[in-house]
Design a protein around this ligand. Structure first.
Ligand code: NAI
Ligand code: MG
Length: 336
């Protein structure tokens, strides 16, 4: 069996608790060489950089990156000026243009949000004009950016046997930017019709309501950066919190896998953080590496553990982080 090189960035707070659990689980499923690198606020305080060159170099040399969570300094903290967000830096340096967030509680809710990760309203082109006293953010939607994220979404539907891709936009108001996104969407959908993949579209404001009222109407959602950011956090509310929300950041050459949650300082160090968001991100990494069977086995193990009620306090249970991991390992040992 091939040995994969994984760049592991634990980060801060609960990142240091969930990643070791994930590594332990992954070790049961394949051969990995884990290469540990620093990033985050503690790293910043220690080495003067939130994401040292060495970490970036290592990330580029590995087969995949496993990322925990980092703490962002609060606005006004002196260091903020020099602090460069590690995750934004990685997304940019590795051109990780697709952010994938499965929304599944392993019961009735099961859809995927695919968000454009590099442009839109997060283009970084924001300025203040002192003459007009206007603050302006440019919403950049490029044809290339639309094409690659929408193609990614349809290809994802094909690979994962999904039936429908919904384009979420606000083209009635943002006629030019979202007009382009929607146009490229329907152009590409023509090709995928032969595989019986349905294409439809909804306005983003209505979608925010549908997600709560009728989440079953969605299969795959593809959308621009800001809309995807907001809708995916809203959707993780359907899962009872962030403890079950994994994610992947994918580009043409690299893949980075991380739980959606942050460093959770309110529970860090108490041994009660839910490791499943991170473990499910590990399952997404296995799929990306081509270990489809192992990925499925791991997801099934998570499903059984949830069904049996072996859960941490965030989901209403009493188990500690390590106890949940042990239950996962027990499930894996039954299958492997
Ligand atoms: P958070 O995601 O860290 O926590 C929000 C709430 O959810 C907290 O009450 C926390 O205890 C709970 N929670 C999160 N994950 C959990 C888990 N796995 N199990 C049980 N409970 C869980 O968001 P918050 O508090 O807004 O941010 C804390 C720090 O993390 C900030 O510095 C923020 O900037 C950073 N952050 C980093 C992210 C990243 O590294 N990708 C993403 C989001 C926030
Ligand atoms: Mg967010």
């Amino acid at each position: 069996m091939k040995t994969y090189k994984i760049c592991v960035i634990e980060g801060d707070g609960v990142g240091k608790e969930v990643i070791p659990e994930t590594v332990q689980v992954l070790e049961e499923l394949g051969n990995f060489q884990f290469i540990y690198e620093h990033a985050g606020y503690e790293c910043f305080k220690k080495y003067g950089s939130a994401i040292p060159e060495r970490t970036l170099k290592s990330a580029k040399e590995c087969d995949a990156i496993l990322f925990g969570a980092v703490t962002t300094p609060k606005p006004g903290e002196l260091e903020k000026k020099l602090y460069k967000s590690p995750i934004l830096t990685l997304r940019k340096e590795l051109d990780l243009y697709a952010n994938i967030r499965p929304i599944s509680n392993f019961k009735d809710i099961d859809f995927i949000i695919i968000r454009e990760n590099t442009e839109g309203l997060y283009s970084g082109r924001e300025y203040y004009n002192p003459y007009t006293e206007e603050a302006i953010a440019e919403r950049v939607i490029s044809k290339k950016g639309c094409h690659r994220i929408i193609k990614f979404a349809f290809e994802y539907a094909l690979k994962h046997h999904r039936k429908k891709v919904s384009c979420i936009h606000k083209a009635n108001v943002l006629r030019i930017t979202d007009g382009l996104f929607l146009k490229v969407f329907y152009e590409l959908s023509e090709y995928y019709r032969r595989f019986n993949i349905i294409a439809d579209d909804y306005l983003v404001d209505a979608t925010a309501m549908y997600i709560l009222k009728n989440p079953k109407m969605f299969d795959i959602i593809v959308t621009t950066n800001l809309f995807g950011d907001i809708l995916s956090d809203e959707a993780s509310g359907l899962l009872g919190g962030l403890g079950l929300a994994p994610s992947a950041n994918i580009g043409n050459s690299y893949g980075l896998f991380e739980p959606v949650h942050g460093s959770a300082p309110d529970i860090a160090g108490k041994g009660v953080v839910n490791p499943l968001a991170s473990i499910l991100s590990g399952a997404m990494m296995l799929y990306y590496l081509g270990m489809k069977e192992e990925s499925k086995i791991l997801r099934n193990a998570v499903k059984s553990v949830l069904e049996k009620g072996h859960i941490t306090p965030d989901l209403g249970g009493k188990l500690k982080t390590k106890e949940v991991t042990n239950k996962i390992l027990e499930e894996l040992n039954k299958i492997i």
